[in-house]
Structures are given as C-alpha cells and as structure tokens.
Design a protein around this ligand. Structure first.
Ligand code: NAD
Length: 498
C-alpha cells in the first residue's frame, strides 16, 4: 500500500479518483487481512472513485496492540501539551479547507458548500478539544480540617468510534478531540461508504504532531464493528448511525464491560403555528429538509401544520420547487438509497397523500443517484412516510387542529432527536420546548445543529447511553473520574472528620 496520502486534486464536480482506503495502524498503512476490498462510489457520478478494505477482528486486534503501546507514553504527556495537537490540527484543517470540502463532496455527494460547511463544523469541535485544559477539568476542595479532596479525569486506555456515511469528517471529530486530549488512544471505524476523509484526518493528525499509534483506522463493515464490540481491551465505544445498529453496538459492547454511547436515527418534527413568521419559517424549513439532501439526523422530516398555515405551506412549496438538483441539492449516497426514498413517496401517494412538490424524476448533472426535494401533503402519522426515518429530501405534512395534538403526535414517535417550533410567541415556544420528547429543540431554527461547547445527543430511540457526545459530556465519556483524598499533617483542632 502507498504510504503517502496524496492531495485530493478536485476543484470542481468533475470525476476524480483517490487512493485506496487501507487500514492505518501504528502510523503505517496496511491492507486488510481478509484481502477483500469494496468499491467506494462517487454518488454524483455513480462510479467507483476508490476502494475500501474490508477488515475483521484480526485487524482490530492489530490496531488495539498498536494503540495500547502508544497510549503508555501519550497518557503521561501533560494535557496542555496534548491539546497543542488540536491547535495545530485546526490550523492545518483551515489551510486545507477547500481540499477537504471537495473530498467530502466527492465521497458523500454533498454540494461543495455543504462539504466545506461540514468541515468548518468539525473544526469547531477541534477548537473545543484545544480548549479542554482551560475548562474546569476537575474539583479541588478542602473537605475538612487539613483534608483535601481532588477529582481528576483519567484516560480509559484504548477507545473506539464507529461513524456513519453522512458526515465523513465532522462526526469523527465529535469524538476524537475529547478522547485524544483526555489521554486515550483511538481506533476509528469509518463508514465503508465514505472512508476517504478519515485518511486525510490521519495524515493531518500526523502532521500536527500526534505520536504514531495514538490514532488508528480499521476500515470495513459489520465484521470490523463486531471486532471492536468484542475486543476486551477497548474500554469505550461511541457509535453514530442508524437506530438498529446503535442498539446492536450498545448491547454487544456491554458484554465486554465497555461504556458505550450510541447515537441512532431520527424522525424530526417541525411544528408550525398560524402566528409563525412566513419568511423565517419558509427559509428554515426548506433548508432543513433539503440540506445535505435530507441525509442528516437533524433534517426536518414531518411538518406538523397547526390550523391555518396554508399561506406558509404554499411558500415552502414554491421555494422548494425552485431548488436546482445538482447545483443546490446533491445526490443521495447510493442507488439503494434512491430506490428506498422514492418508494416512500410512491407508497404515501398510494395511501392518499398529495405530492405537492415531486422530486422523483429530477436529476442532476452526473450519472449518479438523484432525488429532488419532495413535499407530501395530507400524510397521516401511521403511514410509513409519517413515522419512519426516510433519510432523503422528503417532508411529510401532517395537519392537526391544536398545539396539544401537534405535541402528542411528536411525543408518540419513538425517536427523539430534534424538534422545532415556528412561532412569534414566546409563550407558545416555551410551551412546546417543555413538552416535546426530543433532546435538541429549535425555536425558529431549521436544524438545531451541534454548537460547541453545547452537547449534542437525542432522547428515546435516537440515543442509547448516558450524556451527550460533544461538549463536556464527551470529555467525561472518554474518561473515568478518580477521587484523591490527601492529608499532610495532624491538625491541632482536628475533629472526627479530619
Ligand atoms: P448505519 O447504521 O448503516 O452505519 C453506521 C455504521 O455502522 C457504519 O460504520 C457501518 O459500517 C456500521 N454498520 C452497518 N451495518 C452494520 C451491521 N449490520 N453490523 C455492524 N455494523 C454495521 O448508518 P448510515 O447509513 O451510515 O448513516 C445514516 C444513519 O445515521 C441515519 O439513521 C441517521 O439518522 C444516523 N445518524 C445519526 C446521527 C445522530 O447524531 N443521532 C448523526 C448522523 C447520522
């Protein structure tokens, strides 16, 4: 395997190839021990731009060995020095922002602007990692006469992350900064559909001065994931992906005593009431369900129309129908995704929904996988389009008469990632914010996306495990607390507590 990671040369949507995605273990590039590879497709062009290794438990074991060896000295580097790697990584990512933006665009299908924006969001996470030594990392208190307690947050050892296809750079960076600055070494299993961004991350971390073996990549699918869940020396695992696999990783990891935090899928409800500002609501709702071609865990999926809001729906339909597929809206990730999304639309239509904006025949510039923005009216919550995650640019409108009906509808859905309310009334907003079953709530916001240093994570079937993945919760997740109680001398005025 080639050791050097070439620069990704694309500066447009024209097809470009990239090096094979081999494993990165102990600072070296290795082929998977199975000898098997899978093509990595460019979704805009519908043809392979690279290939990815399909690893198994043997490759996981090799990565863990390298990570264990490297962690012994990494944990002894003072946290302020560990954080310097994040300062450097931030500068390097800013230097290579355009290249990273095009790489995300080519492997995932996002438009270049969306690709770049997702890298900028990743950089915010790196910035948070750089700030960790300045955050309050532990408590220190004189607990009684002459006795002091202090609490420190110690690294766990070797930890792992398993990530989805929709944000190849950003989602790994929800995990890496906190885990590495905390003194752990890391094994990343990126989505086999978008393995290339992680290669660039590895080379940038190396350039930023991270010692070899502290960051490792094992590529592949289920066998690599199960190898991570089962390895006894991996002490914690974070997962981001669909609910089905989140549950699987959460329970399988528990068998080896790992702490696990597994973020799953979503069905986000946006509630629109008659006093909502039409311009603000339209702009945000359209961006929310079409951005990233609807392939975001935070994307709008159901618009709950309360009472007389037809004037807003008309505006949403008008703006959404004018978006240019290929230019404003990228392709979806695979042919299978295109087929799945279109079958949800066909099914809803068969069951009586009205297709206000139809993206089924829309195509962009390449031979890849396309679905245009689609607006479905008169959807009922028991239709698949009204209750299941579609993960495409489809917004289902469900009509209700009262705010309480809207809230009940949101509450009844098993997911709990995000919910939004569009209103000009503070009282209405507060009423909804307090009652929806969602870990992230927006008021007149399209997508309440990650905003460091605030935590990111849903409720119910959208997350398994305690706490959020970003912010201080992330740091706590990748560490274990230690309490130290200290006494240096006998106090003259000591009490039974001293
Ligand atoms: P996915 O669950 O198919 O894949 C995620 C990871 O799991 C990948 O690394 C994949 O290789 C692995 N995997 C897939 N099938 C497996 C199996 N049978 N056994 C073991 N491992 C397996 O998800 P995806 O399609 O890549 O991403 C889309 C999903 O991710 C959506 O449901 C979306 O809502 C969710 N997502 C959630 C968040 C969040 O913050 N909650 C963020 C991004 C994406």
């Amino acid at each position: 395997m080639s050791k050097a990671i070439p620069t990704f040369k694309a500066t447009s949507y024209a097809f470009e190839e990239f090096v094979p995605a081999g494993n990165y273990i102990g600072g070296e590039w290795r082929d998977p021990s199975t000898g098997n590879w899978l093509p990595v497709e460019n979704p805009r062009h519908g043809k392979p731009m690279s290939k990815v290794g399909l690893s198994d438990a043997r490759d996981v074991a090799a990565a863990v060995e390298a990570a264990k060896a490297a962690q012994k000295s990494w944990r002894d580097v003072p946290i302020k020095e560990r954080a310097q790697v994040m300062f450097k990584l931030k500068a390097l990512m800013e230097r290579d922002l355009v290249e990273l933006g095009w790489l995300v665009s080519h492997e995932n299908g996002k438009t270049f602007e969306e690709g770049k924006a997702s890298v900028l969001k990743g950089i915010e996470c790196v910035e948070f990692g750089a700030s960790l030594p300045n955050a309050k990392a532990g408590e220190h208190l004189e607990v009684s006469r002459g006795v002091t307690c202090l609490e420190t947050y110690e690294p766990l050892g070797v930890v792992a992350g398993i990530t989805p296809f929709n944000f190849p750079i950003m989602v790994p960076l929800w995990m890496l900064p906190q885990a590495l600055v905390a003194g752990n070494s890391f094994v990343l299993k990126p989505s086999e559909q978008v393995p290339l961004g992680s290669l660039k991350l590895a080379s940038l971390l190396e350039e930023a001065g991270l010692p070899r073996g502290v960051f490792n990549i094992v590529h592949g699918g289920a066998d690599a994931v199960n190898g991570i869940c089962d390895h006894p020396d991996i002490k914690a695992v974070a997962f981001v992906g669909s609910t089905k696999i989140a549950k699987h990783v959460y329970s399988r990891s528990a068998a080896t005593g790992k702490q696990a935090l597994c973020l799953g899928g979503a069905k986000n409800h946006l509630i629109v009431v008659p006093d909502a500002d039409p311009a603000v609501t339209t702009e945000n709702v359209v961006a929310s369900f079409t951005g990233g071609t609807g392939q975001r865990c935070m994307a709008a999926s159901v618009l709950v129309a309360v009472g007389t809001v037809q004037h807003i729906i008309d505006r949403i339909a008008e703006v959404a129908s004018k978006l240019q597929v290929g230019k404003d809206v990228g392709p979806v990730i695979t042919k299978a995704a295109e087929t799945r999304i279109k079958s949800y639309i066909d099914d809803a239509e068969r069951r009586g929904a009205k297709v206000l904006v139809d993206g089924r025949e829309k195509r962009g510039d390449g031979e890849g996988y396309w679905v245009g923005p689609t607006l479905l009216d008169n959807v009922s919550p028991d239709m698949p389009a009204g209750c299941e995650e579609i993960f495409g640019p489809v917004l289902s409108i469900v009509r209700v008469n009262t705010l309480d009906e809207a809230i009940a509808l949101e509450n009844n859905n098993p997911y709990g990632n995000a919910a939004c309310i569009y209103t000009t009334s503070g009282a209405v907003a507060e009423y909804v914010v307090k009652r929806v079953e969602a870990g992230m709530v927006g008021v007149n916001i399209g997508v309440p996306v990650p905003r460091e240093p605030f935590g990111f994570g849903g409720w119910n079937d959208s997350k398994f495990g305690a706490g959020n993945i970003t912010g201080m919760d992330g740091y706590r997740f990748w560490t274990r607390p230690r309490k130290v109680t200290v006494k240096w001398a006998i106090q003259k005025d000591q009490t039974w507590m001293s």
